[in-house]
Design a protein around this ligand. Structure first.
Ligand SMILES: Cc1ncc(COP(=O)(O)O)c(C=O)c1O
Length: 389
């Protein structure tokens, strides 16, 4: 039996249709999209068609779409690129939050060496930042506000339209990491009114190593990755043609099927929560929002009789032995011994942060897998609690 895969916020399997769309661009249409000959020109057409398609899906202009290597590059390019443009003019403050992905907080911290001051807005216990907090934090030195749309660990949703309104009024560029929201909740760049956003294909049944940085025309920004003249001189590097084509198809399918997938995730989440309440009453807490977040991410911490709490890493390994894949914190920090920076902010205490796991659904999951998970979790927790007491 294949493992039950409940780690779709970390990555997703490539959709069959996406893979089929990509395959010709690995061999028969293998050209360099900047080459003048026909094989190159065919690839250029494929890249530009994909650009038009994704622009339409986001309600952006094709000239505002820059293909990158994924969410991490897009986040780095957004923050460092705006800081390079505005820092020298004295705009040296970066407003963000402590529960952003490290692809945002680490480049921001790195900019301290160039004189940046980082202002971290504290999320509420559900992991949400308000537009008022942003308004209160903006000064005439603010270079950029970067706040994510959906949190990858706890599924909370920031009010990015309200935040964009505040930033627009203050004349401050607003970047949002929408890696976990594209294909899950509607994102229309004109309606929201933000300056920049980041997308990663592998979170929406597309390939790894490809993403988008949307940069609204007129945003003060200096290209971060210099090289060849690709992407209108805004991101050097030979175009990843199969990746770009796959990304566009993956975005199209995810947005087309968003409502039915969301309905499915809601059902899976509520049957999982019902099962947890039934089998483990008063023994777990939900980290982040119970109802107001995205339905495909659920983060739960287990209580134990000891001060240290239950060992989340051991829980994950025991579930893995039983054929279930979940994560504790974000995959990028797994293996590190310290608890997730997000859970340290929003969990009730450090012991609960340590004893938490994230379950994230994908469109391939079903009700039988939830029942299997609940059954195996009961045995694993029973053993672990006996050992811990
Ligand atoms: C919210 C968020 N931002 C950025 C990233 C990084 O994206 P990528 O893996 O494409 O570099 C991730 C991936 O875990 C994410 O969840």
């Amino acid at each position: 039996m294949d493992p039950v895969y409940f780690d779709n916020a970390a990555t997703t399997p490539v959709d069959k249709e996406v893979l089929e769309t990509m395959l010709p661009y690995f061999n028969s249409q293998f050209g360099n999209a900047d080459a003048a000959h026909q094989i190159g020109r065919n690839c250029k057409v494929a890249v530009e068609d994909a650009r038009e398609k994704v622009a339409k899906l986001l309600n952006a202009e094709p000239s505002e779409i820059i293909f990158t290597s994924g969410g991490t590059e897009s986040d780095n390019a957004a923050i460092k690129g705006v800081f390079s443009a505005l820092g020298p003019a004295g705009k040296t403050e970066i407003i963000t939050s402590p529960i952003e992905h490290h692809a945002v907080t680490h480049p921001a911290e790195a900019l301290k060496r160039q004189g940046a001051k980082i202002i971290y807005l504290k999320p509420n216990s559900d992991g949400v930042i308000t537009a008022q907090q942003v308004k209160d934090a903006i000064t005439d030195k603010t270079a950029i506000v970067s706040l994510m749309h959906v949190n990858n660990e706890i599924g909370s949703i920031n009010p990015i339209k309200e935040i964009a309104d505040v930033c627009k009024e203050a004349g401050v560029p607003f970047h949002s990491d929408t890696v976990q929201s594209i294909g899950k909740i509607p994102v229309d760049v004109k309606e929201i009114g933000l300056n920049m956003l980041s997308i990663s294909a592998h979170k929406l049944y597309g390939p790894k190593g490809i993403g988008i940085l949307y940069v609204k025309n007129g945003t003060p920004w200096i290209p971060w990755l210099q090289g060849g003249s690709q992407e209108r001189r805004r991101r050097g590097g030979t175009s990843n043609v199969p990746g770009v084509v796959g990304l566009a198809k993956a975005m199209e399918l995810s947005i087309e099927n968003m409502d039915s997938n969301t309905g499915k995730f809601r059902k899976l989440r509520s049957s999982l929560l019902e099962g947890l309440k039934d089998k483990f009453p008063n023994q777990f807490v939900i980290n982040g929002p119970e109802n107001e977040g995205v339905p495909h991410i659920l983060n739960i911490g287990f209580k134990s009789n000891t001060d240290q709490g239950l060992d989340g890493e051991m829980l994950l390994l025991n579930l893995d032995i039983e054929g279930i894949c979940v994560s504790n914190g974000s995959a990028c920090t797994s293996g590190a011994t310290e608890p997730s920076h997000v859970l340290l902010e929003v969990a009730k205490n450090e012991a609960l942060a340590n004893s938490s796991i994230r379950i994230s659904f994908g469109k391939q999951n079903n009700a039988e897998e939830v029942a299997f998970f609940l059954d195996k979790l009961e045995g694993v927790l029973d053993r672990m609690l006996k050992v811990a007491s």
